[in-house]
Design a protein around this ligand. Sequence first.
Ligand code: UD1
Ligand code: UDP
Length: 373
Amino acid sequence: MKKVMAVFGTRPEAIKICPLVKEMKSRQSLEVVVCVTAQHRQMLDQVLRTFDVVPDYDLNIMKDRQTLFDITANIILAIKEVLEAEKPDVVLVHGDTSTAFVTALACFYLRIPVGHVEAGLRTYDIYSPFPEEFNREAVSIISQYHFAPTPLARQNLLNEGKKAESIFVTGNTVIDAMRHTVRPDYHHPELDWVGDHRLIFITAHRRENIGLPMRHMFRAIRRVLEEHPDCRAVYPIHMNPEVRLAADEELGDCDRIHIIEPIEVFDCHNFEARSYLCLTDSGGIQEECPSFGVPVIVMRDTTERPEGVEAGTLKLAGTDEETIYRTFKLLLEDENEYNRMSHACNPYGDGHACKRIADILEFGTYEPWGMTP
Ligand code: UD1
Ligand code: UDP
């Protein structure tokens, strides 16, 4: 029996790792232990409820307005105790959060093998996204198993000297989750409010955008919405108080936008599927919207998800107000431009990533995804 411990703490990690926890729990020869850091509290619990995953350990570290120092310091000693008590054969971490980095570091100190889910994403600018690019590069140094979502992510790892036999191309587990969430008969009161208008879906939270860049993003969105009465925007807002303050001040009195509390992932995918256009700085949403053929304006200077840019569904607009304003307006007014971006594609997976990762852990073999023979 191999003991696998999954450690995660934020909403996106939970969305992407809970389906894997379920898959692993269905395997005869894997014993699964779940530890949450609760780097996020309410937004994590929302996902745990959705997937019906009950953690074995909850480090409960979240503090309001926590700094990177708080998160790092509060996880490292608490996770040490759990790792020493459980002595797992392998620890799975996900992506690029501080939870992933600090847990991998603790495993390194205790010489416990690490499996990195969503490995190999890169911008090669450690300040963008901040601190995520550093986190994922550091996790890659420590990891024994690199579960790369795409062939490009694999290539990044090969270029960095990681051994080919330690890299597995699995697809992204978020695409697995989407197989069960999107329903044709889906209803929501906010969608009733949108009615026949074009739905613009908005999210924003990146640490490096907080402050003026985020205000510029919001001002650009507001200007375009005010010029387009046929559009209505829904913005499920992140719980970060800095984000809430900026959104309230810049968008609070705009009657074409509804700022709502974080929605369940089931709702989020259905909102995305019905959107005309999405504006975001989120990583996960860049992976989800291409499946629906929904164009995404990425309000960031860099992306570690160039597959979607290459496929044509993502456009990198940066955080400059005029650039976002022009890009957003063009996509609403120029049908050819819109149609060029709007086509369904799945550059991030086929919905079977969890099975592949569980196969590798259980049997040591798997069928790679997206690799030309
Ligand atoms: C974190 C991750 C980021 C990921 C994002 C997903 C790091 C350094 N950053 O950023 O990579 O994209 O999660 O959303 O790991 N808060 C609550 N309740 C919650 C969640 C957050 O109140 O359920 C508030 C708290 O005041 C908290 C703040 O939001 O201090 C920021 O949370 P934090 O985890 O530090 O950073 P995120 O911006 O969420
Ligand atoms: N999401 C959600 N509810 C919301 C907003 C987003 O369930 O109100 C989901 C979304 O579908 C995606 C993930 O959260 O799967 C993205 O998380 P976030 O933007 O917080 O983090 P990132 O992906 O940027 O790390």
